[in-house]
Design a protein around this ligand. Structure first.
Ligand code: ATP
Ligand code: MG
Length: 386
């Protein structure tokens, strides 16, 4: 028997996904964990979500925390557990406001878990689902914060390896601003099989996905991850490029029914033009996203910082804060339409951290055009006078 952790329906052992909410099915009933204590300290309060690797619960120990309990089949593999604990130890060292804080981790009673700060909010996947598309300003604001933390991690030679909308949490703070928290840093490395400790291959087992959906990891994997060759930080930039494509167009660039088909697209297919889906994204923005999706890592951006800067330049955003500072920007506009349609550059006066620059390419072009008209008009007048 299999269980849907989301709606608690039961299914036959051969089922993979819930027919009602598409959640991946698991072979244990998560309700058994509620009110249980893990490792003698974490009291499980409620179910938060499920992924390919484990179930996330709201738990309590001195404070509310999010506890991810790995699926028992993973926890029974000793080599995996050792690798996992090693990776989590490394990635828990990332100390950045846009990275989720890892509070604790452990292996007890054949259970592997790790504990993170609890984020009250939603995932980027939820936001895309709710809005359909994300407008340029909000996209820039979210991606800027993701790039801040990637830049920080990449400088420490840590690659995320699993950038996707479900690993980007959006927390609403007291001022109702969007604060991004990237989760699951480097965890995909532990899931990758057949790699020695020094290798940095993407690992084909990271091709975990849910049939019938493109939510799974493979949908955001770089060509080099699909090929299981050595990867570096530019793999994260590719994955983030897929995320940006999806945010702006409301569509994943590739359509596939199976993980293998999706991997083939990453390896072989040219990404579609934005105008196959929408017609209101500036060409400059499309060119930036296209560059991140290059099959050849050398032709992508040289850093997450460069990607963020070029994206913001193309959108026409100028910040007072620069990328190597840690203060994060805020969402420029709360009352956005549910399907973003207004992509006009707008100047924000309330918030100094993000403004649509008056030197944006569109404004520049308009000014040049008006000047040209003025000159023609003056020539015409002068000729008439003479
Ligand atoms: N720190 C957290 N605070 C609050 N909710 C969280 C936290 N971490 C995860 N969640 C919730 O748990 C859900 C499942 O997260 P999880 O990372 O397991 O899913 P996934 O990214 O789809 O799968 P995987 O990471 O295994 O590839 C998330 O979608 C989110 O709703
Ligand atoms: Mg995750």
């Amino acid at each position: 028997m299999k269980y849907c952790p989301q709606c608690n329906q039961t299914f036959s052992y051969t089922s993979i996904c819930c027919s009602t909410d598409s959640s991946p099915l698991i072979d244990y009933d998560i309700r058994e964990y509620i009110d249980q204590t893990i490792d003698g300290k974490y009291l499980i309060k409620k179910f938060l979500g499920v992924g390919g690797m484990g179930v996330v619960f709201l738990a309590h120990h001195n404070e509310d925390v999010a506890l991810k309990l790995l699926h028992p089949n993973l926890a029974s593999d000793k080599e995996f557990v050792a690798r996992f604990l090693r990776e989590i130890k490394i990635t828990s060292k990332i100390n950045h406001p846009n990275a989720i804080k890892i509070i604790d981790f452990g292996y007890t009673n054949k259970q592997v878990y790790y504990v993170m700060e609890y984020i009250e909010g939603y995932t980027l996947a939820d936001l895309i689902e709710q809005k359909g598309r994300i407008n340029l300003e909000e996209t820039a604001n979210i991606i800027y914060q993701v790039c801040l933390v990637l830049e920080n991690a990449h400088k420490q030679k840590i690659i995320h390896r699993d950038i996707k909308p479900t690993n980007i949490l959006i927390q609403k703070n007291t001022e109702n601003k969007q604060m991004i928290k990237v989760i699951d840093f480097g965890i995909a490395k532990a899931v990758a099989t057949g790699e020695d400790s020094g290798s940095s291959s993407g690992g084909i087992s990271s091709l975990r996905t849910s049939p019938g959906t493109i939510q799974g990891t493979v949908a955001y994997m770089s060509p080099e991850q699909c090929r299981c060759t050595t990867i570096d930080f530019r793999s994260d930039i590719y994955s983030l490029g897929i995320v940006v494509f999806q945010m702006l167009t409301g569509h994943h660039p590739y359509d596939a029914l199976t993980a293998a088909e999706m991997a083939m697209h990453h390896l072989m297919s040219e990404p579609p033009k934005f105008n196959s889906f929408v017609d209101d994204i500036p060409k400059q923005v499309e060119l930036v996203v296209e560059r991140t999706l290059n099959k050849e890592p050398d032709l992508r951006f040289n850093s997450a910082k460069e990607f963020a800067e070029e994206l913001e330049k193309a959108i026409g955003i100028q910040r007072y804060s620069i990328l190597n500072q840690t203060n994060t920007p805020t969402k420029p506009s709360e009352n956005q339409p549910s399907k973003a349609t207004n992509y006009e550059p707008r100047k924000k006066t309330q918030n100094n951290e993000i403004i649509i620059s008056s030197t944006s390419p569109y404004v520049k072009r308009s000014i040049a055009f008006l000047l040209l008209l003025l000159i023609c008009f003056l020539i015409f007048i002068i000729k008439r006078i003479l």
